[in-house]
Design a binder for this molecule. Structure first.
Ligand code: ALG
Ligand code: ZN
Ligand code: ZN
Length: 328
């Protein structure tokens, strides 16, 4: 059924469905009730789901992350006061649906995900990826590296994800950033992990990570270091490089994100994470992901709501940059 409030437009961006015309809990589920990619002639920024979780080492279920995040995103309103932008007004943001990827073969799936993201990013268009487990970040970095060359990375996570192979399998959700460094996808001196905590396999995990070139903002530093200083440190690290932000939702404390596969106590609050993202406004953000949302372990959509709000801020930052670059 054609939805009230949906329409095809030519000159101005097609906005999300208006909650005053069609209740926010009604109709087809797209991110923030945006138009689907097929509903518009062209897009400036795409949101895409990657329902893949064959790389997990503990609880499965992140394949249902895109659906959970989209459902929670119905509540989003068109104006983002924290960033002072109306992200869907100046540029055409679309929901590109989900990338079909093989659940039984990680290498095949990564190729499919990379191809899907590449198609959406062609010409340097920013992409907002909804995971999926953290394995998919590797495909996303490969795709965006093709467009932009080596990228700065800000990686929000409880885990380093620079471990080596598990069961002789080199690419899993515990390894994407090691492989990304090895493939030359990242600018080492401009990359950082934020929110790291929890038990490790050995003390070497930290020194191995340092040898790969990352810097770490540990979760416990949030107790001892002023928040603005942390933002400045991350911001200085990135500089003007093309930036990719990867958010593993388990960077949040399990109280703020119970719906995830490898939870670790002692994490960030959702307010802290959102403020960190907002501190990166104005950066050359070319792509981002929110991963590891596993709705089966969630309660009252706490995790999906947090993830959808992170994605909204990331879309706001990317959209504002596209708009200012094209004089819109
Ligand atoms: N990327 C996430 N969420 N977790 C990685 C955990 C890998 C491990 O426990 O060995
Ligand atoms: Zn993690
Ligand atoms: Zn991770």
């Amino acid at each position: 059924m054609k939805q009230k409030g949906s329409h095809l437009s030519t000159s101005t961006p097609v906005p999300p469905i208006d909650g005053q015309l069609s209740p926010r809990y009604a109709g087809f589920t797209t991110f923030a009730r945006l138009p689907r990619i097929d509903d518009v002639a062209e897009h400036d920024l795409a949101v895409v789901g990657v329902p893949f979780d064959s790389g997990v080492t503990f609880r499965p279920g992140a394949r249902f992350g895109p659906g959970g995040i989209r459902e929670a995103s119905r509540l989003l309103r068109p104006y983002n006061p924290a960033l002072e932008v109306a992200p869907f007004e100046a540029v055409q943001v679309v929901d590109a649906g989900d990338i079909d990827c093989n659940p039984f073969d990680i290498t095949t799936a990564l190729g499919e995900i990379e191809a899907g993201i590449s198609a959406l990013a062609k010409g340097g268009k920013p992409v907002m990826v909804l995971g999926g487990d953290h394995t998919i970040a590797l495909a996303s970095l490969r795709a965006l590296h093709r467009e932009h060359g080596p990228l700065a990375l800000v990686h929000f996570d409880a885990h380093l994800d620079t471990w080596g192979p598990y069961f002789d399998t080199p690419v899993t959700h515990g390894t994407p950033f090691r492989v990304a460094i090895e493939e030359g996808l990242l600018l080492k001196e401009h990359s950082a992990h934020v929110g790291i905590r929890g038990s490790l396999y050995s003390a070497d995990d930290l020194s191995d990570d340092e040898e790969l070139g990352f810097t770490i903002v540990h979760a416990r530093e949030f107790h001892t270091t002023p928040f603005t200083e942390i933002i400045e440190r991350i911001s200085a690290r990135i500089g003007d490089a093309p930036l990719y932000i990867s958010i593993d939702i388990d960077v949040l404390d399990p109280a703020h994100a119970p719906g995830t596969g490898t939870p670790e106590a002692g994490g960030l609050t959702s307010r802290e994470l959102l403020e960190l993202l907002r501190g990166l406004r104005g950066k050359n953000l070319v792509g981002a992901d929110v991963v590891e949302v596993a709705p089966a372990y969630d309660h009252a959509s706490i995790t999906s709501v947090a993830a959808s709000h992170c994605a909204y801020d990331l879309v706001s930052i990317m959209g504002a940059r596209v708009a200012s670059r094209s004089g819109r």
